[in-house]
Design a protein around this ligand. Structure first.
Ligand SMILES: Nc1ncnc2c1ncn2[C@@H]1O[C@H](COP(=O)(O)OP(=O)(O)O)[C@@H](O)[C@H]1O
Ligand SMILES: [Mg+2]
Length: 455
């Protein structure tokens, strides 16, 4: 199965433009960035007695009652690869935050090890630990991060650097870069109270990014946001990640969020990791009833999005093209028509081949420009639309389905063959949504440019 995914990724890589270096989903060849070995955290006195009790076959429940401890996480073995977005998912109380905090030793482990780039951080003294934190970890991004109300956006973003002792000019430069990354430029001199909730969360993200270390830890960072803004932040994180290639450990109790963001997902239950896998592996092969219950309601047509099955548009007509030029473009690819865009690639509509021919046959018609009246509305969907909605759309679409971004710019095109391919191969080759990650195998290769061919 791993092979299948990799082959598909390579095959489509040539055909689809990638937005930056989207990490390989399987991630296997990349170096291990974070490793945990039998990592446990029990809260309460003398946790080792309780650990021993469980190891020798006692139940956790019993151990908690008899020894007065709370089990945060128990004997977790994980390998997280460099550049991977790794999600810890599970019900409230399943140990996600505890595990996350163990990674940079915000919690001291009760037993077991944490290795960062092969270095066992559980053995470090205070000073060495500070060095590792500074070099390897950007700050944590929490649901409620500590925004400082009397500081400007710039000084909030620079806070992590300030703590590290960065100079004023360095602080400014790096903070501004992070502010730009999260799209808050122009707001740097505002106070947090002047920002919306979503924007405040961006400040938190920017603060972590300003530190610019390899590992970013995020604990329910988007959970308090309303659904639309939350989705927007998820998209933004994906987009940022495709450019930054950081190692992100992201905690959420929300499966949809996990599926959207995670290259791999670890499902936690009662302090243990019960399954690790890609979104697809989790959906198609849940390891036990607990995971099954989680993914039961998940429909792969919800997991896949338009951007994951779209193809690049090979040819478009420009609003200023003449009818002959357009007809040549249409014929070159044997299309039934062509998508029309203006100079900044904003989608204007669809031009059926017959309409162009009609214009050419009409003696009174313009020879210089495509006439506006010949252009019909194009079927279009947004990049983030779920496959499900694309399908609903496709039943009444005659031409290709254009895929546009928030700004209405043409990003790709979906041909019906690709939809079918994604559904049929659902269990094997479908890859969850990533910017620019095309799926579709054979389906993606025929149908050529901006349409379904003349067929
Ligand atoms: N500081 C603490 N003291 C005592 N028990 C704790 C502490 N932090 C977490 N726990 C317990 O550890 C378990 C896991 O908690 P947590 O890691 O916060 O879960 P999650 O983040 O998945 O909701 C829970 O039973 C919780 O009550
Ligand atoms: Mg938590």
């Amino acid at each position: 199965m791993t092979e299948v995914i990799r082959m598909t990724t390579t095959e489509t890589a040539g055909a689809a433009p990638k937005h930056g270096a989207a990490p390989d989903r399987t991630a296997d060849e990349r170096p291990v960035k974070i490793e945990t070995r039998k990592l446990s955290k029990l809260f309460g006195p003398r946790p080792e007695r309780a650990i021993e009790h469980i190891r020798s076959g006692g139940s956790k429940q019993e151990a908690q009652e008899r020894f007065g401890v709370a089990i945060g996480c128990f004997e977790v073995d994980l390998k997280i690869h460099a550049g991977e977005t790794f999600v810890l998912m599970g019900l409230s109380g399943s140990g996600k935050s505890t595990l996350l905090r163990l990674l940079n030793r915000l919690h001291e482990p009760s037993s077991g090890q944490v290795l960062i780039d092969g270095e066992d951080v559980t053995k470090l003294n205070k000073q060495e630990l500070l060095r590792v934190r500074r070099e390897k970890f950007s700050g944590m991004v929490f649901q409620q991060f500590a925004i400082l109300p009397h500081r400007t956006v710039l000084d909030n973003v620079g806070y992590g650097l300030e703590v590290q002792g960065a100079s004023r000019s360095e602080l400014r430069e790096r903070s501004m870069r992070a502010i730009e990354l999260v799209g808050l430029n122009g707001w740097e001199n505002n106070l947090p109270a002047q920002l919306s909730g979503g924007m405040q969360q961006r400040v938190g993200l920017a603060r972590a990014l300003a530190v610019d270390a390899d590992v970013l830890l995020m604990d329910e960072a988007f959970s308090a946001l309303d659904p639309l803004i939350r989705r927007e932040m998820q998209d933004e994180l994906l987009e940022l990640q495709s450019r930054m290639g950081k190692t992100i450990v992201f905690v959420t109790h929300d499966l949809d969020e996990a599926l959207r963001l995670g290259d791999r997902i670890a499902i936690m239950k009662d302090g243990e990791v019960v399954q690790v896998g890609t979104a697809e592996e989790i959906i198609t092969k849940p390891s036990d009833a607990y995971v099954e219950a989680f993914v039961e309601g998940i429909d792969r047509t919800e997991v896949l999005t338009a951007s994951s099955i779209m193809q690049p548009v090979k040819e478009t007509a420009h609003v200023r093209d003449g009818p002959r030029t357009v007809l040549t473009k249409i014929r070159r690819y044997g299309l039934s028509g062509i998508l029309v865009v203006d100079s900044d690639r904003t989608l204007k509509g669809f031009l059926p081949a017959e309409a162009v021919i009609e214009q050419l046959e009409d003696d009174a018609a313009s020879r210089d420009r495509i006439e506006e009246k010949r252009i019909v509305p194009a079927s279009s969907v947004q990049t983030t639309i779920a496959l499900q909605e694309v399908i609903a759309h496709s039943t009444d679409a005659t031409g290709p389905i254009a895929v546009v971004d928030d700004a209405g710019k043409l990003r790709g095109v979906i041909v019906k063959g690709a939809i079918l391919a994604a559904l049929v191969r659902g269990g094997e080759a479908a890859v969850a949504d990533r910017p620019g990650r095309a799926v579709g195998g054979e389906g993606a290769h025929d149908g050529a440019a901006a349409g379904e061919g003349a067929s």
